[in-house]
Design a protein around this ligand. Structure first.
Ligand SMILES: *Cc1c(COP(=O)(O)O)cnc(C)c1O
Length: 701
């Protein structure tokens, strides 16, 4: 029999484990404390565990291992995934999916929020469905920061150097046996990039590792969204240009180029330059061809979310690429300007991506409409409704985000193959037969797990700060509301608590208490966000609020997961219409947690008056303080008038029967739609297949 260590090592190299509860259970039963200490990362676990403990693993661990190995083998060998039957046309060449961030697992901190979560979930569903996608991103060796909160509520950012020996990634080597390296000319110098690979089920994720840059001094190039404008521009040149060249090195040019947000727009230009060099075509002809294969997804109506660079920097750093495209400086800058002749316009990556893609989309129905209005000036001859930007609403990878106990419960009710039929509305009708008291038992257990997690975290925070304060006393029977997301201003972290004197009596009502759990990082340069965090943390120091307002530091995938599992209500109160979609509320659906949200992003299209709660009238006001005040009133009215009474209305056995019926109704109406399989199928049918046809036609000639 092969050594258990070798077998575990092999298993640890495919991030498929990150959505397998059986793998989690197995490592926990080998050494639960170590498994927690290494943040559920098998590679780090195997580095730290001694041989004796491993060899001592009992027969049940070996049985678990054999089972998990078989599942992975079957998963990878499946010859008839969705795409083989429904989209065989996609199989000739890969879909290259570019994104500045990816959240696959918390051990690889190369994401900051929703954009990265979406990219990770997209790739996982591509793997599950057999869509031949390859992800491309940067290997940020300092990643995104770890958040530590001081006693006074000040956020401290700690950057940890990634130890590549302790994460499931592997360097790629060329035929010459040397690390595969791309040397990119930029400005008067070069950027040298090595390529790593992470395996996400069937899909590779290529990680671009900047080893040397002679072009410019780029501080913090190893941080996600960390440096100044110049650093950012260099990172985006690497993401687009070096990213596209990876496919050339591997001799697998993609049939479809999917740009997830404008950051990666240079990939389209690199593809055009490649086409010109291969075929001798002019820029116009090569661009006309390549653009057909490019899909662009825009993600935000917030102006600051669209990267803009000074023309001087663009001309200097991108001179080599511009020359390969045979473009004048004026024409090159025009690619990133709404009006090419307006010399006051900066170079906008979203404009570049819109011009270089034949198919573009927003990420919810509301956001699609907003994007058509926002970019209408690019198509001055068209009406707003005819602007060619559609929408594909986001979704979440259910196996990643669902509590395993609920997964088990749904399996009993929906049948063992339910995840393979997750987009089928009829399947979800069967959830009606789920027993409410079973559901409640599981949910209370999960809430207790969240409470234990909060206590553990709070105890270690107090140790770190050298303080001793009473721990929050939370109850598994109290209404628990979760709010976790980036502390960006428009997300209004403090909307609910702003007029605290009105809220306190609601929270501490002994008959119907509320506990509210917060988490979120502020971007290091976002002083407004940091101030919100300070105000929130000051509140929870008030003795009467200690058992009702909790803040969990270092919001990451693991924190999200604990919160979603344990909360009854997921609160979302962005200032409409600034949340393009939002995905954390979709994770809530599958965790039997009801949404309570403004009518923004996905909730605007999903809410049907009974599958959760909505507040506000879906209106916006030019004066944001008026809009905030109105939304706060509406939120308080919804919490006191609808949420609290329904939750505390109990049947003869003491369970919130009517609440649980709502939860089941939410699952049956929302479950089939807001998952990433539905999203990837939408992309594949409506965007990837038509985009790939242009390349296939080319091959046939
Ligand atoms: C899901 C998720 C997000 C996105 O949350 P929104 O409510 O869409 O902003 C951000 N960060 C993490 C860690 C997540 O898991």
């Amino acid at each position: 029999m092969t050594d258990i260590r070798d077998r575990l090592n092999r298993l640890s190299q495919n991030l498929w484990w990150s959505w397998q509860p059986a793998v989690d259970t197995m490592f926990r039963s080998i050494d639960g404390d170590l498994w927690r200490k290494v943040n559920h990362n098998p590679v780090a676990f195997l580095r730290d565990i001694d041989d004796a403990t491993l060899q001592d693993a009992g027969p049940h661990v070996l049985a678990q291992l054999a089972h998990v190995e078989r599942s992975l083998r079957d998963y990878l060998a499946d010859q008839s995934p969705w795409s083989a039957v429904q989209a065989p046309g996609l199989h000739a060449s890969p879909v290259a999916y570019f994104s500045a961030e990816f959240c696959i697992h918390e051990s690889l901190p190369i994401y900051s929020g929703g954009l990265g979560v979406l990219a990770g979930d997209h790739l996982k569903s591509c793997s599950d469905l057999g869509v031949p996608a390859s992800g491309v991103t940067l290997l940020y060796r300092s990643g995104y920061f770890k958040q530590l909160m001081q006693a006074d509520g000040q956020q401290i950012e700690e950057y940890q150097e990634l130890d590549t020996n302790r994460v499931p990634i592997a360097r790629l080597y060329g035929r010459d046996g040397k690390p595969m390296t791309i040397t990119l000319p930029a400005g008067d110098g070069t950027i040298s990039v090595e390529i790593w690979e992470a395996l996400v089920g069937r899909c590779p994720l290529y990680l671009l590792d900047v080893r040397d840059c002679t072009v410019a001094y780029v501080p913090y190039a190893q941080r996600l969204y960390g440096g100044d404008g110049n650093t950012r521009l260099i990172q985006e040149i690497v993401l687009g240009s070096a990213g596209y060249r990876v496919f050339r090195c591997l001799d697998r040019l993609p049939a479809v180029i999917h740009l997830n947000e404008g950051h990666c727009g240079f990939a389209a230009l690199e593809a055009i330059a490649t086409r010109m060099e291969e075929s001798g075509l002019s820029f116009e002809d090569a661009a006309a061809e390549v653009v057909e294969s490019v899909v662009f997804t825009t993600h935000t109506p917030v102006a600051a979310g669209h990267d803009r660079f000074p023309p001087g920097d663009v001309l200097r750093l991108l001179r080599p690429l511009r020359e390969r495209l045979h473009l004048s400086e004026h024409d090159f800058l025009g690619l990133g300007r709404v009006d090419p002749n307006n010399h006051d316009e900066t170079f906008c990556m979203t404009v570049l991506a819109l011009k270089m893609s034949r198919r573009a989309n927003g990420v919810s129905s509301l956001h699609g409409g907003l994007s058509r209005r926002m970019w209408q000036s690019l198509w001055p001859e068209r009406r707003t409704s005819e602007v060619p930007i559609g929408h594909v609403t986001n979704g979440v990878h259910v196996a990643t985000w669902i509590a395993s106990e609920l997964d088990q419960l749904y399996t009993d009710c929906l049948g063992s193959g339910w995840k393979a039929r997750i987009c089928d509305p009829e399947l979800w009708q069967r959830i009606q037969s789920l027993d409410e008291s079973d559901l409640w038992t599981v949910k209370v257990g999960l809430k207790q797990r969240l409470i234990d997690f909060i206590e553990r975290r709070e105890r270690s925070r107090q140790e770190r700060l050298g303080i001793e304060a009473p721990l929050p006393r939370l109850s598994a029977n109290a209404l628990t509301i979760g709010f976790a997301r980036r502390a960006a201003e428009y997300k209004r972290l403090m909307l609910f608590l702003d007029e605290i004197e009105r809220v306190v009596p609601l929270l501490v009502d002994p008959a119907r208490p509320i506990q509210i759990i917060f988490a979120g990082k502020a971007h290091p340069a976002d002083n407004i966000g940091k101030d919100l965090l300070r105000r929130l943390n000051a509140l929870r120091e008030q003795p009467e609020l200690r058992d009702h307002v909790v803040f969990l530091e270092n919001y990451d995938k693991n924190v999200t997961k604990h919160m979603l599992e344990g909360c009854d209500v997921w609160l979302n109160n962005p200032r409409r219409p600034l949340e393009a979609c939002g995905t954390s509320g979709m994770k809530a659906i599958y965790n039997a947690c009801l949404n309570c949200s403004t009518l923004d992003g996905w909730w605007d299209e999903a809410y049907d008056t009974k599958n959760g709660f909505a507040f506000g009238k879906g209106k916006t006001h030019v004066d944001s303080s008026i809009q905030d005040a109105a939304d706060r009133e509406a939120l308080l009215a919804t919490i006191t008038g609808d949420v609290v009474p329904l939750f505390y209305q109990r049947d003869a056995t003491g369970i919130p029967l009517w609440w649980l019926k709502r939860v089941k109704y939410a699952l049956s109406t929302l479950g089939w739609r807001y998952n990433s399989d539905r999203m990837v199928i939408d992309y594949a049918r409506r965007l990837y297949l038509p985009a790939s046809l242009s390349m296939t036609a080319e091959i046939r000639l």
